[in-house]
Design a protein around this ligand. Structure first.
Ligand code: DP6
Length: 392
């Protein structure tokens, strides 16, 4: 009888927020960056993608369901990931004839985020990391997270960093084949577990200029960008690695804020210019400056990706100062956790900053540094190969 068994593996993968930003490709096909980058992996209790990869000889086509909706699998980047994973599985099968021929079967991939897709919350990073990790587990590949990062990178650059927890570097590499453009752990979450992140969601709408197209325009037109990749980022990478190693928050914060500013400056220097930050983002920058001035030291750091949401990094020991400043402005919103409720600080924002934040932030997410992908026995595909939802 033909083998119609449904093979399954499930994993969760985290979001990461860069503190030294990836912006620019030197090879768009292999998705090789113009510079190295470094990120903090965020806790999956708050932000994660759950993906089940399944395959069966009974499946007719490769199918991806994302948050219950069919999603395109035919794009070159997704195809590159599937091809690489199938090639690795086929190599195992050719060495061991007893292995089921999973590489020849169609895949049903079902994925759910616990946060809004394309809200500028790096959903593609968690999404591709979960997809690659889940299929690698399904295929029982012996690959390390760094080896898998080479595959996830081809799906979305920032995804390569989501294969690890803690503090993660994506080394740009120098080879033309990209085999040295990979993610490595700088430090595990346990090295500096007190790192927290407050995300001020300024817009949950899909972003304007996608990062893929935005960075291509920057590479092609910005003069400032050249200085960023030759001088600014290499220096920031070194400073950031040292800051993480020494758990030096003031240094971590300064590099984080300077690097975000540098990245957005190259966006403004793109022709025509690209603006990801808006009035709410700029009010968040001012708010962080006021908090740091009132504390008399650096207790908070802002950073912005390709969208207006602010991510504010701070240490648990300073939560009263940081959360206490934002909570009174945003107490009506969902997302606050017990430790923040009712906190007040003596920080006084000016009227414009306060009202812009109050009216422009739609949701807060309180989270912190967290672990890498986790295997789970929660399946989004049933034993007989049908999609199931956990959120229903
Ligand atoms: C601003 O990883 O989304 O978030 O490789 O084209 O998919 P592609 O780009 P993507 O870019 C992320 C850019 C960023 C900075 C960062 O995460 O390092």
């Amino acid at each position: 009888m033909a083998d119609t068994k449904v093979y399954r593996a499930s994993t969760t993968a985290p979001v990461n927020i860069a503190v030294v930003k990836y912006w620019g490709k030197r090879d768009a096909k292999l998705n090789l960056p113009t510079n190295s980058s470094l990120s903090v992996t965020l806790s999956q209790a708050d932000l994660r993608t759950l993906t089940t990869a399944s395959c069966s000889a009974a499946f007719q086509d490769d199918v991806l369901l994302l948050n219950g909706e069919p999603s395109d699998l035919t794009g070159a980047r997704t195809q590159a990931c599937l091809r690489e994973l199938r090639t690795r599985r086929a190599a195992l099968e050719s060495k061991d004839a007893s292995l089921p021929k999973l590489s020849a079967m169609r895949l049903l991939l079902v994925s759910e985020n616990n946060f809004p897709t394309a809200a500028g919350l790096a959903s593609s990073a968690a999404g591709f990391a979960a997809l690659v990790r889940a299929i690698a587990d399904l295929y029982e590949l012996p690959s390390s997270p760094t080896e898998l990062s080479l595959i996830a990178r081809q799906g979305s650059g920032s995804a390569c960093r989501s294969l690890f927890g803690g503090y993660v570097a994506w080394q740009m590499g120098s080879q033309a084949d990209g085999l040295d453009s990979q993610a490595v752990e700088v430090a595990p979450a346990a090295h500096w577990p007190e790192m927290r992140a407050l995300i001020l969601v300024a817009s949950a709408a899909k972003k304007g200029v996608s990062s893929t197209s935005g960075m291509q325009q920057t590479v092609a037109t910005s003069g400032l960008f050249q200085q960023r990749i030759t001088d600014v980022v290499p220096a920031n990478m070194k400073r950031m690695e040292d800051a993480v190693a020494a758990r030096d928050f003031a240094a971590f914060a300064e590099v984080t804020m300077r690097d975000s500013n540098s990245f957005h400056a190259t966006c403004a220097d793109t022709y025509p210019p690209i603006f990801y930050m808006n009035d709410v983002s700029r009010a968040a920058v001012r708010a962080v400056e006021v908090i740091n001035a009132a504390a008399g030291k650096t207790v908070a750091a802002y950073t912005f990706d390709a969208g207006p949401n602010a991510v504010v990094y701070y240490l648990e020991e300073n939560k009263d100062l940081v959360l206490g400043a934002f909570y009174p402005l945003l107490e009506k919103l969902d997302g606050w956790k017990d430790g923040a409720k009712g906190l007040k600080s003596s920080v006084q924002f000016d009227e414009t900053v306060a009202s812009t934040i109050t009216s422009g932030v739609s949701r807060v997410i309180m989270t912190g540094v967290g672990e890498g992908p986790q295997k789970t026995d929660v399946y989004l595909v049933s034993e007989n190969g049908k999609p199931v939802s956990t959120s229903a």
